[in-house]
Design a protein around this ligand. Structure first.
Ligand code: SF4
Length: 374
């Protein structure tokens, strides 16, 4: 039997996101590592490699699909209540010890992470999404930047079917990959994990490309929401949260910031779980620095009104939530507050059609075949 790495090496095609250096090596620019790859070398992500002077990239499979409420991604200012058809491939360019998607993201690094790839096509994925009545197609679960050629192929089909498209990403991008995505991505969630470059280096990255990605996405008019998983003792100092939220506000005070509760996962089980009080303190810091839309996640019902969207001008309730469940919806058909008529930043559907689900589920599709491995 083939190993997973051997199977995935076959499920590839030539990529778009690279050039050839004067010394013959390839430079991949799908993510901020910008790996220089001599013949036969594999990138930090383990899924892109130089074969015969051409960059081979993942193609033709998913590591998993799931139907999520869009509130789970989380997007709170984009089509509330929508079903987000979510797919991922395998691999990641970072190696966070607390990853909640480690089975797919670390599949080629960690022998414990076993996620059998499923063969599919962009057409079949989109057909399945439409059957499930999805409104948004989302590349998530692994790091989508490293599989951008595949995501764009899926998004082209999704757009043709009338769906919006989204990335759920660590934001470790490059100017080239963002230009490549620009015509095809509507919504982009960035995990801003810390505001300390030393912390980012522990996770296998650097902070500079992530901050640059956030600035560029906003300038490109792609709708951005930012999430920070609050980990006690790692990124929760007042000073770090203050600098982090000042940065977001400097890009735009209208960017929603979700501060979410940590619970022990993967290899990080030491820190205590984040409490509601910790989230409220962090949210106060964000609001104090000028952010207009601050949300506290993962502790439904324990964080006051920090699950709801309120008008930044008159504080009218616009969207009421409990966890992923949309309890109330009052945004007008043209995306305004019904009380003071201020425009609400985001991407709003002309009307709220109710919520298909507030719980994730796996579609019972027969469109996928398991690729043999191991
Ligand atoms: S996606 Fe990132 S980690 Fe992978 S080969 Fe390209 S630059 Fe390197």
């Amino acid at each position: 039997m083939s190993t997973l790495a051997e199977v995935l090496a076959r499920e590839t095609r030539e990529g778009d996101l690279y050039d050839t250096l004067p010394d013959g090596r390839l430079r991949c620019f799908a993510c901020g590592h910008c790996c220089p790859l001599p013949e036969g070398a594999v990138g930090v992500c383990k899924v892109r490699f130089n074969e015969g002077g051409r960059l081979r990239v993942p193609w033709g499979y998913v590591g998993g699909v799931q139907c999520d409420p869009i509130e789970k991604k989380p997007f709170f200012h984009a089509h509330p209540g929508a079903l987000a058809y979510s797919f991922g491939m395998l691999g990641c360019d970072l190696h966070c010890s607390y990853c909640q998607n480690w089975v797919t993201s670390q599949a080629l690094r960690d022998p414990q992470a076993v996620a059998p790839p499923l063969r599919t096509s962009p057409e079949d994925l989109v057909r399945d999404a439409v059957t499930q009545r999805a409104r948004v197609m989302v590349s998530t679960y692994n790091e989508p930047l490293i599989t951008s050629e595949w995501a764009v192929a899926v998004f082209k089909e999704a757009r043709a079917a009338g769906l919006s498209t989204a990335y759920v990403s660590n934001g470790n991008g490059t100017p080239e990959v963002l230009e490549y995505l620009r015509p095809w991505v509507d919504l982009y969630k960035v995990d801003l994990k810390s505001f300390d470059d030393r912390h980012y280096r522990q996770l296998g990255g650097r902070i500079a490309p992530i901050l640059d990605t956030i600035r560029r996405l906003h300038a490109m008019d792609i709708w951005v929401e930012i999430v920070t998983l609050l980990i006690p003792g790692f990124n929760d100092s007042r000073e770090e949260l203050s600098r982090l939220t000042e940065f977001i506000a400097s890009v735009s005070p209208d960017i929603p910031w979700h501060v979410t509760a940590f619970h022990g996962d993967y290899k990080m089980t030491e820190p205590e779980n984040t409490t509601a009080e910790m989230l409220l303190t962090a949210a106060d810091i964000g609001r104090g620095n000028g952010l207009r839309f601050v949300y506290a996640g993962n502790l439904p019902g324990e964080v006051g009104d920090l699950e709801d969207t309120r008008c930044s001008q008159c504080h009218e309730l616009l969207v009421g939530r409990y966890g992923y469940h949309v309890r109330e919806y009052h945004v007008s058909s043209d995306g305004r507050c019904p009380s003071c008529h201020a425009a609400v930043p985001g991407r709003w559907s002309p009307r709220f059609d109710g919520q298909i689900t507030s719980r994730p589920f796996i579609p019972g599709s027969r469109r996928f075949t398991i690729l043999n491995s191991l």
